[in-house]
Design a binder for this molecule. Structure first.
Ligand SMILES: [Zn+2]
Ligand SMILES: [Zn+2]
Length: 144
C-alpha cells in the first residue's frame, strides 16, 4: 500500500520534496535519523541540505504524516505515522526492541474530551532493562 501521491489530512497536496522524503521513510524498513535520511537522499535524485531535511520533517510532523522518537542518547528517529509501530528501549544500554503489534491500535479518544482537537497520530514508548543488563546487574549486585 504505497499511494503514488499523498494528500494531507486537510486535503491539500503535499509539496514534491516532502512527498519524496515520505517515500524514503516508507521504503526504510525501520525508523531512520535525519542524518541517515539526508545521506539516503544524497545518494539519489532528491538531494537537499540537512537543515532543509529537518525543516520538511517538521512540516510533515505538523501534517500528521511523520512521527519522531528520541532515543536516550538524544538521537531523533523518524517514521511514517501510517506504520503503527512502537518500541521497548533498555534504559541502560539503549537496546531497542520493536513490538510485534500496537497495544492501542484502534483506540479512539472520546470526542467529548477533545475540545475541538482532531487527533492525527499517537506515540507510545516503553522503557525497561534488557535481559543482558538484568543479568549484568544481578552479577555485580552486592551480596547481603
Ligand atoms: Zn540493556
Ligand atoms: Zn500504536
Amino acid at each position: 500500500m504505497t499511494p503514488s501521491s499523498t494528500s494531507t489530512p486537510s486535503g491539500t497536496a503535499l509539496p514534491a520534496r516532502q512527498e519524496h522524503l515520505l517515500d524514503v521513510l516508507r521504503q526504510a524498513d525501520d525508523e531512520i535519523s535525519g542524518q541517515d535520511l539526508h545521506a539516503r537522499l544524497r545518494a539519489g535524485e532528491g538531494a537537499m541540505g540537512l537543515a532543509t531535511v529537518y525543516r520538511h520533517l517538521r512540516q510533515l510532523q505538523q501534517r500528521g504524516l511523520v512521527r519522531c522518537r528520541h532515543l536516550p542518547s538524544g538521537e531523533a528517529l523518524f517514521a511514517p505515522t501510517e506504520r503503527d509501530e512502537h518500541h521497548l528501549t533498555c534504559v541502560d544500554c539503549g537496546h531497542t526492541l520493536r513490538l510485534p503489534h500496537c497495544p492501542v491500535h484502534g483506540l479512539e479518544l472520546p470526542t467529548t474530551h477533545l475540545e475541538g482537537f482532531r487527533p492525527l497520530f499517537h506515540t507510545l514508548e516503553f522503557f525497561g532493562l534488557c535481559a543482558n543488563c538484568q543479568r549484568r546487574q544481578a552479577q555485580t549486585a552486592p551480596r547481603l
